[in-house]
Design a protein around this ligand. Sequence first.
Ligand code: C2E
Ligand code: MG
Ligand code: MG
Ligand code: MG
Length: 277
Amino acid sequence: AAKNGGRNRFSYFTPAMQAQAQTRLRLIADLRGALAGEELQVWYQPVVDLRSGRIAKAEALLRWFHPQMGLVEPQRFIPCAEESGLINDIGEWVFRQAAQHSRRWGERLGQPFQISVNKSPVQFLGRGRDSDWGGHLKDLGLAGSSISVEITEGLLLDASPIIIDRLMQLRGAGIEVAIDDFGTGYSSMAYLRKFQIDYLKIDRSFVQQVATDSGDRAIVRSIIAMAHELGLRVVAEGVENDEQRHALVEAGCDYGQGYLISGALPPEAFEQMLLAR
Ligand code: C2E
Ligand code: MG
Ligand code: MG
Ligand code: MG
């Protein structure tokens, strides 16, 4: 039953809010079965060398095909997964899928193929499920650098000893680290050195106008220059047209991903694209 502050909170609920809360609860309930019921899939988006167009690596992106609701976007269900703690099991599963695919595609290509996996702050704090990613990769006969992990700036800013410890454990196993959505948070330069970050991923919001807005172009150019000075490689997110790609190449950007090249693909389709090149 609602107590004290709880009562006020619920009295402000409009019917629309109530419906939204109900959908949320339903998503959380359904998510529990989704992993077991094979409704979740890991799709892969190519990350290309912007100059040559060669596929350099891939990002693993979750897809949920709900039996009644159809495709549910990650933005809708990841928060539910975090709230309920299910993200820990789901995240481990995504990692294992990515590791298997890295091995398969590395074998097909005759050289290691890196896949990056998103890891939210909740997953770094998850208790009792501190699984050994480095050990798992070793068991598969893979180098640590077969996987990179994408984290957000916020994780490093209020990094607790547990988070730092777990991040350093990944680094120690050779797993690379990327800062996702760079530029949207506090963007402190000091932590890039402190935590030995490997990649910066420039947020889509700066890439969108990189060819048309001189202010955004200046921001993108300085992020790239700074990253390179520090020895980091740069990935542009959300590259949708050739003007953007051109401006990014001019600015010295290393890699790009976006609808210009391809959205996320099911593993079979991604493999076809990878091997066709
Ligand atoms: P993100 O890691 O920043 O991933 C990039 C998002 O941009 C993806 O959305 C991708 O499909 C989308 N995207 C790629 N190219 C373009 C483009 O050219 N234009 C536009 N407009 N969008 C593009 P998606 O797949 O819906 O994922 C959204 C977010 O959900 C991800 O953002 C990530 O934060 C989270 N997410 C996805 N999979 C996982 C996962 O396995 N674990 C965790 N913890 N989070 C995940
Ligand atoms: Mg990402
Ligand atoms: Mg991103
Ligand atoms: Mg994003």
